[in-house]
Design a protein around this ligand. Structure first.
Ligand code: MGD
Ligand code: MGD
Ligand code: SF4
Ligand code: MO
Length: 739
């Protein structure tokens, strides 16, 4: 903290009284605003790619203006990428939404007639409308939703809870990586994974391109581990930077991973590489597994997946010679019709080789019992997770029929059938925080659903016409440089921020959610008087610390002793189950090769393999609709951070040299993409690259107008175990556009 700022520190209560008496008060941005001539240091977390934990930003400000951003060198993730650096352009983008807007024209009108209103009017309007819908149709007909922004989630979930709607959803229950966690929970009762670490002899990375999608440390660590002799298996149809380091690069046809995994399982069984003592004591369903794997002979697997038989055998042997760890896919394979089962099949390799919660293998998180990740509410008590898990609440959720396994297992509701649910009268109002309708296949159907709502609002950094056009209210959210909440957790380390004051009349999402909660319920205490810092302290005080204490430590980010020290074999020590008995958090207490929850809902309990849609003469190319690029995040960074738009100003698809040559396409040519599911033609430019194998192209979704690839994906054939759309299971044709 610079002297110029500490002079202006205001002595004002911050959170629970014990914290306030123990520690100095929180420095509030409003009070800290220094004269324009004085420079001071602030600290925040980057939210530009939303993978977690995020990178720390140290900034320099003059008065209330951020003038420079730098690496926060004491932070665990301290190297900023191009997206992080350009968040400064986003902060001062002249198009930012800075005032609450209310529509004055009827929904569906070409011009919504937006007018600026004050916060008092906006909050009163929200409370009145949501409570009216609740009285008329039931609280559960209000859908609370957070998009990819992870930071608003805990208070929005608390708002849904005390408003009384179990229909709380977020982007992670639309798509993203929660289906991978879901797949793991079905077999292991929790997430078990392991990046390349110092004790691993072998690591297998499946459908994950960490060199681009989680850049901090991932690639450097991988290089270091390779240098000390780590064996690396990578499964990825593309030749990524990660795959280029592999000892065995399995390059299956997209969508065929289940066959690869079962082929490896069969090798373990046939070559007596299964750790029988571990399997007999801790797993169920081994006999069924042995029987089912029979059909996945190396010859069949080679024909089905395109992976040479000897590579399957070599990969299985390498993995069995552990300790071995496994990193399973974030969003790639889960976005396939058989995604969950394909992930589950791979994950069983860990159990079969005894590489579960062991040194050098894959481990469960070392978390206190009450803790859940910050994107899921921080603590079970903050969001009252028990309430969401009551059967009575589960029965009111809109995912109960179309994704019953998900409904039973997951606390977050899956909203992918929103259009159908609005049509059926099961959803009447929408409360969105950072919402983007372009994340869904056939976005027009979601736009139409929004138009039919009795009432809807969203908070955002920008006005997005695609999403907001037919809403009743659009509210300005403060950006990461301008907010206190949430605090950060990075393993056992906990960080606070020192922000600038929001521009215009933007409010922190936490303040918006808490203020709406207080207004809807009439209980201000339940929502901390609308104060994000007090809400953070309600969690942090339980951890023996406070926001003020963490802020006073800046720039240091220290361990919070509430988090237990890392341990292995937690399952044997009774550290995983809520009843503290040895075993796993599954219904049987064992690792379930045959999932009892899947079986209960009428699905095969084993993660069986279902072949993915295959290319045809008319649509000969498989499309990966949404692989990450290092300089783009989804739909949002492009116009918001103009520097990034300069790097890739329009939709670019990657294509193999063979496919390009066969179509007379050269690097930079404009093309049309067509699919069997729409009459629309989608425009793109081509990059010709050996990263792609013949028969495969990749694209970025979320471009607007005729570059939007979401229309190419069907609204059927979705994964029945997760209810996720099959963004990566589509076959298309590409033709060169006439000059
Ligand atoms: N075809 C296809 N579809 C996909 C995917 C794919 O790979 N292919 N990926 C899926 C995945 S993994 C994801 S994560 C989703 C992407 O999830 P989205 O929700 O689409 O993420 P963004 O495009 O980042 O858009 C989020 C919106 O929130 C706003 N915003 C950003 N930060 C904040 C904030 O802190 N507060 C508020 N109030 N607003 C904010 C942004 O301005 C933007 O309008 O898309 C999914 N859909
Ligand atoms: N730069 C940047 N970083 C991001 C994001 C971003 O938008 N931009 N988004 C963030 C979000 S929300 C998410 S969910 C994560 C996603 O992080 P990742 O899941 O690592 O993202 P992808 O780049 O899609 O990497 C997936 C890899 O899987 C491969 N793949 C696709 N289909 C298959 C298949 O059938 N089998 C196998 N074995 N592999 C397959 C693809 O070729 C690709 O290389 O990234 C996060 N980080
Ligand atoms: S990797 Fe880049 S965009 Fe993602 S949190 Fe770090 S700096 Fe921000
Ligand atoms: Mo995601």
């Amino acid at each position: 903290m610079t002297p110029s700022v500490s002079r202006r520190t205001l002595v004002k209560g911050a959170g629970a009284s014990f914290a306030a008496s123990l520690f100095s008060p929180v420095t509030r941005a409003a009070e800290a605003a220094a004269p324009a001539s004085e420079e001071w240091s602030g600290w925040t977390i980057c939210d530009s790619c939303n993978h977690m934990p995020m990178c720390g930003i140290h900034f320099r400000a003059k008065g209330n203006t951020v003038i420079r951003i730098e690496n926060w060198k004491e932070h665990p993730n301290h190297f900023l990428c191009s997206k992080g650096i350009s968040t400064l352009q986003r902060l001062y983008n002249p198009n930012r939404l800075l005032y609450p807007l209310k529509r004055t024209a009827p929904k569906g009108a070409k011009d919504p007639g937006w007018v600026r209103i004050g916060w008092d009017e906006a909050i009163a309007m929200i409370a009145k409308n949501l409570n009216e819908v609740k009285a008329k149709y039931g609280a559960e007909t209000v859908l609370f939703y957070c998009g990819d922004p992870k930071e608003p989630r805990p208070p929005v979930m608390r708002l849904a809870r005390y408003f009384g709607s179990p229909n709380y959803c977020c982007e992670s229950s639309v798509a993203c990586n929660l289906a991978y966690v879901h797949a793991q929970e079905l077999s292991f009762g929790g997430e078990v994974s392991g990046g390349p670490n110092g004790k691993a002899k072998c690591t297998m990375i499946v459908g994950k391109n960490g060199s681009w999608a989680s850049p901090h440390g991932f690639y450097r660590n991988l290089l270091a581990q390779k240098a000390r002799g780590l064996k690396l298996i990578v499964s990825d149809p593309r030749r990524t930077k990660v795959a280029e380091l592999a000892d065995v690069h399995l390059q299956p046809r997209a969508g065929t991973d289940g066959a690869v995994a079962w082929g490896m399982i069969r090798v373990l069984v046939k070559e007596n590489l299964v750790k029988r003592d571990f399997v007999d004591q801790w797993c169920t369903g081994y006999e069924e597994l042995v029987k089912y794997c029979e059909r996945f002979t190396p010859e069949y697997v080679e024909a089905e997946t395109g992976v040479p038989a000897e590579n399957i055998i070599q990969a299985a042997r390498l993995f069995a010679d552990g300790p071995s760890s496994m990193m399973l896919p974030g969003q790639s394979i889960p976005h396939q019709g058989n995604g969950c089962n394909n992930v589950r099949a791979y994950s069983l390799l860990m159990a079969l080789t005894g590489n579960v919660d062991n040194a050098g293998g894959s481990t469960f998180e070392d978390w206190p019992e009450d803790y859940v990740r910050w994107d899921e509410g921080y603590t079970r008590s903050f969001i009252d997770q028990k309430w969401f898990n009551e059967p009575e609440q589960k029965a009111k959720r809109i995912d109960r029929e179309f994704a019953p396994v998900w409904n039973e297992m997951q606390v977050l509701c899956n909203p992918n059938k929103l259009p159908e649910m609005v049509e059926a009268g099961r959803i009447h109002a929408f409360a969105g925080f950072g919402t983007n309708i372009l994340i869904w296949p056939s976005p027009d159907e979601y736009k139409a659903a929004m138009r039919k709502m009795d009432f809807s609002f969203a908070t955002d950094y920008f006005y997005r016409d695609d999403t907001h056009h037919d809403m009743d209210l659009v509210l300005p959210a403060a950006m990461n440089f301008e907010r206190y909440a949430p605090f950060g957790t990075h393993g056992r380390k906990v960080s606070a921020r020192k922000p600038v004051k929001p521009l215009g009349e933007a409010w922190e999402d936490w303040k918006i959610a808490l203020t709406i909660g207080a207004a809807c319920t009439g209980d201000s205490d339940l929502f901390f008087g609308g104060d994000p810092v007090k809400a953070c302290d309600s969690i942090l005080n339980g951890w023996g610390t406070s926001y003020a204490e963490r802020q006073a430590m800046l720039p240091n980010v220290n361990v919070c002793e509430w988090f237990p020290k890392p341990a292995t074999e937690k399952y044997a020590k009774g550290l995983l189950r809520f009843d503290h008995k040895p075993g796993f958090r599954t219904p049987s207490g064992k690792i379930e090769f045959v999932s009892s929850v899947q079986a209960k809902h009428g699905f095969p309990g084993l993660p069986e393999y279902t072949p993915a849609p295959k290319p045809t003469a008319e649509y000969p190319l498989k499309l990966l609709n949404g692989t990450r690029r290092p300089y783009i995040t989804h739909s949002k960074t492009r116009g918001d951070q103009p520097y990034l738009l300069e790097l890739e100003p329009e939709s670019v698809i990657n294509m193999s040299p063979d496919d390009a040559a066969a179509r007379g396409i050269a690097e930079g040519d404009q093309v049309w993409i067509t699919s069997p599911y729409t009459s629309k033609k989608v425009r793109a430019r081509v990059r010709v690259t050996i990263m792609m194998q013949p028969g495969l192209i990749d694209a970025q979704y979320g471009w607007r107008g005729d570059q939007e690839t979401q229309d190419l994906i069907p609204r059927k054939g979705w994964d029945p175990i997760s209810g996720y759309p099959c963004c990566n299971d589509v076959c298309v044709q590409v033709t060169k556009a006439q000059a």
